[in-house]
Every structure is written in C-alpha cells, then in structure tokens.
Design a protein around this ligand. Sequence first.
Ligand code: 38Q
Length: 332
Amino acid sequence: ATVQEKLLERVFDEEGTLTVRKVTIVGVGQVGMACAYSIMQQGICREIALVDMLKDKLQGELLDMQHCQRFVKHVDIQASTDYAVTANSNLCIVTAGSRQKEGESRRDLVQRNVNIFKGIIPQLVKYSPNTILMIVSNPVDILTYVAWKISGLPRERVIGSGTNLDTARFHFLISEKLNVAPTNVHGWIIGEHGDASVAVWSGVNIAGVNLKDLNPGMGGKDDPEKWEDIHKKVINSAYEMIKLKGYTSWAIGLSVAQMTQTIIRNQKNVHAISTLVKGFHGIEEDVFLSLPCVLGSKGVMYVIKQTLDENEVKQLQSCARTMHEIQKTLVF
Ligand SMILES: COc1ncc(-c2ccc3c(Nc4cccc(C(=O)O)c4)c(C(N)=O)cnc3c2)c(OC)n1
C-alpha cells in the first residue's frame, strides 16, 4: 500500500465534487435582469437564483432565461418568491427597491428602501450565511451600510456597486476626448455614487503620464479645456437616461457582471466599490463610500490607500458627513 493509502482513509471522491458557484439576484426588474443576463452570457457561475415578489414576472423571466441555454454555457436557473431558492449562494446581488422617479434624487428613496431591506436581507443571510452581499439598489452607499447593519455580516462581505460604473463612464468619456481606448485610461471616481462623487483628477493618467501635469487646471473651474464637464456628464448621465428611457440597465448589468466575475473567480481585480471607509482619509464615522478595492472570493481583500490632494480629501470627508447625517435619520 502507498504511504497515502497507509496515511489517509478516503471519505469522499474529491474529483466528483464541483465547488458549485451560485449567484442570487434579488429583484427581476430592468437592472436585475440585465445583471442576470450578463452573468449568464459570460458563463461566470453554474447556478443563478432569481427572487422577487411578483410570481408571473419571475416565471416569465425564468422561461426566457432558460430558452437562452442553447446559446450559452450551461447554467442552472431557478426562480421563486420563496428565498429558500437562494440557499448556499456565494454572492447575493440586491437590485430590489423603489426606483428613482424622474427628477427624484437618490436620497429621497432611502427610508422606503430601508423598509424593503428589512424584509429581504435577513432572508438572504438565513439561507446563505457565508454569502457576499452586493447592493445595487439606490441610494447605494446608504443602502450598503443598511445591509451591513441588518445582515450582521463582516464588513468585507458587504459591498455596494458604488462608483464602479461611474468610473467606467469616466474612462469612456475621457477616451472619447483623447481618442484612446477606455481600457487604457486610468483614473478613479470615488466617494458617493451620484451627485457628490469625487473625480480623482490628480491620478488620471495614460501610460503613467499624469494629465494634470500636462494641464494643472484640469478638473478646476478655470480650465480652458473644461475637463470638469466630463465629471459633470458622469453625474448627470443617470438622470438623463431615466428621463429618456425611464431607467438604466445595460451598463450597470455589465459592470455588476464584471465585479461578479472578479469575486467568483477570486481574480483580485481592483474595483471602485462602496465599502466601510472609517479610518481612511480622516473619516471617523461608520459610513460606506467607494474607494478602489481588491476583490476576491471572500469579498474585500484590500482597500487601496490612494494619494489624494487636499481638495479631493475635503470632498470625500464631505460625502462621509452627508452619509452620516442621513444614516442618523434612518429607522431600522
Ligand atoms: C419577509 O418579509 C419581506 N419579504 C420581502 C419583502 C419585499 C419588499 C419589497 C420588494 C421589492 N420592492 C418593492 C415592492 C413593493 C413596493 C415597492 C415600492 O416601490 O415602494 C418596492 C422588490 C423589487 N423587485 O423591487 C423585490 N422584493 C421585495 C421584497 C418585504 O418587504 C417588507 N418583506
């Protein structure tokens, strides 16, 4: 008998057991289904569970997704109003909630969505105690804090989609201005997703060439090239799309799929996501804002300690104060 046979008593046949990768999506509206479709299309996981309150809508989306199976890598799809269907998920993506209405600010949504989270989050954690929660619903930074408080999960396992998409839009708009591919534009939008996001102009670079070194006024008011307009377009883009098509879906779906892939495949990519920022850049409150983070299968592995200029730190601290003020008004 081999040393291994003398040493080890086999309990189960490891070769036969796949560590099944399962992702739950709560909310089968435009955003939830764009996430589900993107995740399915990219073959990121073996199981997808859809959960919502509306039986017929769920059943319709389930059938439509199952009819995709001939065209994509196999994925088992389940859908139910009963959260038992979400059991043992590696990642639960929450897109449920009241949607922003035309002209409504993200902050007006908050208490309505807190009440909804009180119904959803405990059920997700009950069936998947080891899950990572990714909050997409708005206002995403406050609702990620709310999900963290309600779930009782460690901070590294509760993230918000945050400014991941804002940063991608930022790269796209800069790429248009410079005629360079978006993947080669480097720079981060951090802080609050939406109106008060912070563009880190001091770090925007192409191949390591800092654009602010080429135009010191970049991002400021008296910049002849008006680079600040790019940040303004990122902020206003969601309002504009809600006005034009009533919601946003395709880009948020792909941005969530990108983060899902990083987590499920433990890729350690860096994403600007909403995380507990207490202790960073002079922030002392328990607030969630976006900073560049290294993501893996256990959630947030590292937070990048960026070098920010005085103005950027001030803007970030202002976001933190605003979040803290709004959080104090919440009724859990
Ligand atoms: C067990 O207790 C429990 N379970 C589930 C819910 C709940 C509440 C709202 C939900 C929900 N949103 C929702 C439902 C009803 C109204 C509204 C609104 O816009 O005000 C929003 C969605 C969704 N797709 O947006 C999906 N699931 C939900 C689930 C809940 O709400 C309190 N409570």
